[in-house]
Design a binder for this molecule. Structure first.
Ligand code: SF4
Ligand code: SF4
Length: 79
């Protein structure tokens, strides 16, 4: 499952990522910093990362899934 890291010191609280996230994952907390309010809905589309003018948000793919993808690629290469 993808997830999003927010650099709280860089986040300016502009709210753009909240507006542009296609699955409505993000919200601002009480300190006006973005956070994943609904992480299960994240599609890993990178829109929030691309839209943030402050480079405060990064989309990550969990290591376990990355490993599975890597193994699948290796399996396909052997075919
Ligand atoms: S777009 Fe960037 S600066 Fe704006 S709220 Fe989202 S993470 Fe923070
Ligand atoms: S990666 Fe896409 S779905 Fe996930 S929080 Fe960012 S904009 Fe929303």
């Amino acid at each position: 499952m993808p997830y999003v890291d927010v650099n709280r010191s860089a986040c300016a609280g502009c709210g753009l990522c909240i507006e542009t996230c296609p699955t409505d994952v993000l919200r601002l907390d009480k300190e006006s910093k973005a956070f994943m309010a609904y992480p299960e809905d994240c599609q890993g589309c990178f829109v929030c990362q691309w839209d943030c003018a402050y480079e405060a948000i990064r989309v990550r793919i969990r290591e376990r899934e990355a490993s599975v993808v890597s193994q699948n690629v290796e399996s396909e290469e052997k075919l």
